[in-house]
Structure formats: C-alpha cells, structure tokens
Design a protein. Structure first.
Length: 198
C-alpha cells in the first residue's frame, strides 16, 4: 500500500452534530462516570510502575498525577500517551477502556515488550491533529473519540510503514484527507441550510 492510499477512504470519522453535548469535552460522553473510569485505569497503570520515576517519565507533578488518578482532572493527550508508554499499556485502553490493556494476546502482565509496539509520537500527533482539524471546522470532538480514531489510523499506518518518518508523512496524509472531508461536509450542510431558507 502506498502512502497516498492513506487518504483515499471515505467517511474517515463519524462527525458529531455541532453543539452535541455528548462530544463537548473529552471523555464527556458518560460524564463523571467516564472520568472516574479513566482515573481508575490511570491508577492501575501507575500501580505497574515505580512511582518515584513517574513524574519525570510523563512530565507532570505527583500532585497532578494524583488528580488524574482520582478523576478530578482531565489529562492531556501527551500525558496519556507518555503514561501508556512507560506503563506498557495500550493508549486506546488507557484513554477509553476499550480493547485489551496490553498488546500481549495471552493477557500476561509481564513487562516484556509486545511484538507490535505503539508509536507514541505517531499516536500523539494523530490525536492532536484530529482534535485541531475538528476545532478548525467549528466541531466539537471529545478526546475519547479522537483517541479512538487516532488508534485506528495508527494501527493502519504502522501495519504498512516501518520507518517513523514515513509514518508521520502518512499521518499528514490522513489529516489532509480528514480536513478535505470536513470541508466537503461543511459545504454540503451550508448548501442544505441555504436551500431550506429559500
């Protein structure tokens, strides 16, 4: 598969309606329960680590990490990605609770490297750009939805490209296609609204 094929799919992401409260904030689709569940997963990931090294590993203070684990504060994408990498858990699982905690098909809790490693830089870049493109289009997309989309695109890109620089180029193509899709959808909606006002 060539890198140009990354952007050749239709309907890359289902768009929430503008102003949809379920997508207004990260993880807000289930409100406080979702924040609590995220905090529980963060606490579990932290329990796998030597907590003295944790603040420097993810670039946050102990107090801030505790707020994340208690569900009192929402972690940024970079903190989720970094914590997942140092704890050896899947970013999608940590952010959303979906899928296995680790890539190990047997579900072992050993710290052995998984056969397919998550490219944290790629996943973080995809997630940040997906959020930014939606914001540019005036659409709210929660962090959970962005991470889910980024994880799917990450897995697709990683399955065909081994070089990290080529992966970032592939990510750029995915984001360019997403931007085109959003512009087309936005234009179609504007056309519909214009016709309904006639």
């Amino acid at each position: 598969m060539s890198m140009m094929e990354f952007g050749s799919r239709s309907s890359m992401v289902p768009l929430p309606p503008q102003g949809d409260a379920s997508a207004a904030g990260a993880f807000s689709d289930q409100g406080a329960a979702s924040a609590s569940a995220l905090g529980s997963r963060i606490a579990l990931a932290i329990s796998l680590l030597d907590e003295t090294d944790l603040p420097s590993a993810i670039g946050k203070s102990v107090k801030q990490i505790q707020r994340y684990a208690q569900g009192k504060s929402e972690p940024p994408v970079t903190a989720i990605t970094a914590l997942a990498a140092v704890a050896g858990v899947r970013v999608e699982w940590l952010a959303t609770g979906r899928g296995p905690m680790r890539d190990d098909p047997a579900g072992h809790m050993a710290h052995a490297p998984s056969p397919v490693r998550t490219d944290g830089r790629l996943l973080s870049r995809l997630t940040e750009r997906i959020l930014a493109v939606h914001k540019e289009a005036g659409l709210d997309l929660g962090l959970r939805q962005a991470v889910e989309l980024a994880a799917r695109e990450h897995d697709r890109i990683v399955s065909v490209l081994s070089d990290s620089d080529d992966r970032l180029i592939g990510a750029g193509e995915v984001i360019a296609e997403l931007r085109r899709e959003l512009l087309i959808r936005q234009s179609a909606l504007e056309h519909i609204h214009e016709r309904s006002g006639e």
